[in-house]
Design a protein. Structure first.
Length: 102
């Protein structure tokens, strides 16, 4: 059996081809791993957004209940001891008088 002698040029081409294939496979694996990592991060951020949206809805409902006119009036009457104004204390704003002053 006679062996064919490998020249330096053929050896260099073989080594470079092998390195090129290894580089391509390494890049492909890195790309897949990065895609998976970003998918997990995206899912985590979507869950956080959903949680924050629920919290916003709860806070808006609490805000609405705290600013309800009935509650404000009850606090004004009971805690602050306020009473409704008398007729003499109410000032009417005339649009005619206001437009003449301008």
């Amino acid at each position: 059996m006679i062996r064919k002698k490998i020249t330096k040029k053929e050896l260099l081409i073989g080594i470079l081809s092998t390195l090129f294939v290894i580089t391509l496979v390494t890049f492909y694996i890195w790309h897949q791993a990065e895609t998976i990592r970003l998918g997990y991060k995206t899912r985590q951020l979507e869950e956080e957004i959903s949680s924050l949206n629920k919290e916003i809805e709860q806070l808006e409902a609490e805000k609405a209940s705290l600013l309800s006119l009935e509650r404000v009036e009850r606090i004004a009457r009971t805690k602050l001891k306020l009473i409704p104004p008398e007729k003499e204390q109410i000032l009417q704003k005339n649009s005619e008088t206001e437009s003449k002053n301008r």
